[in-house]
Design a protein around this ligand. Structure first.
Ligand SMILES: CCCCCCCCCCCCCCCCCCCCCC(=O)SCCNC(=O)CCNC(=O)[C@H](O)C(C)(C)COP(=O)(O)OP(=O)(O)OC[C@H]1O[C@@H](n2cnc3c(N)ncnc32)[C@H](O)[C@@H]1OP(=O)(O)O
Ligand SMILES: NC(=O)C1=CN([C@@H]2O[C@H](COP(=O)(O)OP(=O)(O)OC[C@H]3O[C@@H](n4cnc5c(N)ncnc54)[C@H](OP(=O)(O)O)[C@@H]3O)[C@@H](O)[C@H]2O)C=CC1
Length: 515
């Protein structure tokens, strides 16, 4: 019998960020392994014209929840959506709902965050810091609360090279920043943001670091743990390999490379690609929830959920495997044949951006314009290059995260729990994982049918022929222009033609003699 699964039985669990990438996998695993849990409260806001109930139904009826619908047919009744906006005071939760949450909640998983790198500092502070503070305040009024699990990121201290499972202080107290945000106008925030952020590369990582400080300072008597995942990727094993549903992190790059938009990227091929599958993160999260509630550690424990120190893979190896998977499983409607490489040289990067990214986009836009359609490729390419520039920081460096607490927790689990809630990343076979990842991007993100693979391959062959034709025509025109202007080029041309002529004459003569 799994101790962890049994622990969640009969429990009331509160989850923020339940509609996000990690949140969905968390609910799925909880419902599948502990179908006898009492209720999962999820704080959801209406979005894009969908009501709360519609958003929940969309999740429950999705492919991800296929197994859950079998194991827990009344899953609709287990999930109770509560209207909430984490940007508002008291999260804009109604009095009745708040009362129920305060009196019933046993465990909190705080996943909600803004993960955009370029979010305005005010908004990032509101969601990643102030909302965490408010949630901790709510938690402090919950008499039945057993554990509060805060999801942070391994990059909250990315300004350091070696990161231990401790909270590192930021130069300005989060409380001061929260207070100042109330009276600073946007112009002041914009001016002061770079100074506050110091050597953090973006508002996301900086505010996640502030969020951790808030957790430490406001923890009071609460039983708290912090989980720091690195770059979260598609599922490894559960509920099935390769599930992914957004364009964040590597996903967007895989799409861009597979469709032939991305041809070169500034990256260190030898830098560690610290990817971690989302189901591994969720298994660790549930194990931490159990351990924190049952063992009640004296201090707030931090768990690094990373792969680099236990089973490292570098960007070079990952890129090669992604590209070789495209050979077997190409994406549909490719713009060009997938072929990308990593480059570290700045001049090469500028050259490749001009020649391999911007020029083809412009040529394609001219073609669209000539055929009476709206040009759009240059805009798309500029957006891609902007995204790449935001990710570059993370693919040109390696970090070392210590994982003592994570390894300690692994040793505390029964063999049954180690199997059901497996977060031992040493067992991960990268080549197999990446192949499934690319396949998952095709199936679950791009919603492409596997039956379309022959047609996709045919399309790539056509693109290859167009490429050869284009290069030949380009070469001939360039050569013709050169010959018209340069005596040396004319001499070279004369030499090549006469050489070919002599070679052919000799070949013809010798074959006539043999005959
Ligand atoms: C040999 C070579 C082989 C190569 C092969 C490839 C090999 C693979 C390896 C490659 C290396 C991987 C490196 C990973 C490093 C990750 C590090 C993460 C570390 C931290 C991890 C964390 O702890 S935290 C989670 C991470 N957090 C994000 O990762 C958010 C980032 N992100 C944003 O901060 C915003 O995204 C940002 C960018 C501002 C844009 O902002 P923006 O306003 O310009 O664009 P939006 O995002 O609003 O998107 C507007 C519309 O573009 C659509 N779109 C967006 N990207 C698209 C795309 N790539 N392809 C098509 N479509 C795309 C989107 O779907 C929208 O479509 P629609 O409008 O129809 O809804
Ligand atoms: N993905 C990754 O690579 C990594 C993620 N993490 C951390 O994991 C956690 C989850 O990330 P992930 O699932 O990828 O993020 P997503 O962007 O997929 O999900 C964010 C969630 O937060 C919710 N949310 C955002 N703003 C509000 C708001 N104002 N009120 C209520 N809910 C809100 C979103 O709801 P809605 O659907 O309404 O927008 C969504 O459910 C975050 O704390 C992140 O820092 C850490 C390391 C890596």
């Amino acid at each position: 019998m799994s101790m962890i699964a049994a622990f969640y039985g009969g429990k009331s669990i509160l989850i923020t960020g339940a509609t996000g990438f990690l949140g969905k996998v968390l609910i799925e695993k909880l419902c599948r392994t502990s179908p006898d849990l009492k209720v999962i409260y999820i704080l959801v806001r209406p979005k894009a014209g969908h009501t709360l109930q519609q958003r929940v139904s969309q999740i429950i009826n999705s492919k991800l929840f296929e197994k859950v619908r079998e194991v827990c047919p009344n899953v609709h009744e287990k999930i109770r959506a509560i209207s909430a906006d984490l940007n508002q005071n008291d999260f804009a939760i109604s009095k009745e709902d708040m009362q129920e949450l305060l009196s019933c909640t046993n465990i909190i998983f705080h996943c909600a965050a803004t993960v955009r790198f370029d979010d305005h500092l005010r908004h990032a502070v509101q969601l990643n810091v102030t909302a965490t503070q408010q949630l901790l305040f709510m938690a402090s009024q919950m008499p039945k609360l057993e554990a509060f699990i805060h999801i942070s990121t391994a990059f909250s201290n990315c300004n350091l090279k070696h990161i231990d499972e401790v909270i590192y202080p930021c130069s300005v107290e989060p409380k001061k920043i929260i207070d100042s945000m109330e009276w600073w106008d946007d112009a002041i925030v914009d001016e002061i943001a770079p100074k506050l952020m110091g050597d953090w590369p973006n508002t996301y990582t900086y505010t996640k670091a502030l969020g951790e400080m808030v957790v430490q300072q406001e923890s009071g008597n609460l039983n708290i743990a912090i989980i720091r995942p690195s770059i979260v990727g598609a599922t490894w094993q559960e509920p099935f390999p390769g599930w992914v549903d957004n364009l964040n992190g590597p996903n967007g790059m895989i799409v861009a490379a597979g469709r032939g938009f991305l041809r070169a990227i500034r990256a260190s091929p030898l830098a560690v690609a610290d990817l971690i599958p989302v189901d591994t993160v969720i298994n660790l999260t549930l194990a931490v929830g159990w351990y924190t509630a049952v063992h009640r550690p004296k201090s707030t424990l931090i768990y690094h959920c990373t792969s680099g120190n236990l089973n490292p893979c570098n960007w070079g190896k990952m890129g090669c495997q992604v590209l070789s998977t495209f050979e077997k499983i190409p994406f549909e409607k490719a713009f060009r044949r997938p072929h990308a490489d990593f480059t570290a040289n700045t001049i090469t990067v500028h050259y490749r951006n001009a020649v391999s990214h911007r020029a083809p986009a412009m040529i394609y836009d001219i073609y669209l314009w000539l055929t009476g359609r709206k040009p759009r490729m240059t805009k798309l390419m500029n957006r891609l290059l902007r995204t790449i520039s935001m990710l570059e920081y993370f693919i040109n460096r390696s970090w070392e995260w210590s994982t003592y607490n994570t390894e300690m927790l692994m040793s505390e689990l029964s063999p049954e729990d180690q199997r059901i809630f497996n977060f031992d990343v040493r067992q991960l076979n990268w080549l197999e994982y990446i192949e499934n990842y690319v396949l998952g991007v095709k199936k679950y993100l791009l919603k492409e049918d596997m039956a379309g693979i022959p047609e996709a391959k045919q399309h790539l062959r056509r693109l290859q022929n167009i490429y050869y034709l284009f290069n030949t025509v380009f070469f001939l025109i360039a050569w013709r222009l050169l010959i018209a202007r340069s005596q040396i080029a004319r001499n070279v041309w004369f030499f090549i033609v006469s050489f070919c002529y002599k070679f052919l004459s000799y070949f013809r003569a010798s074959s006539t003699l043999k005959a």
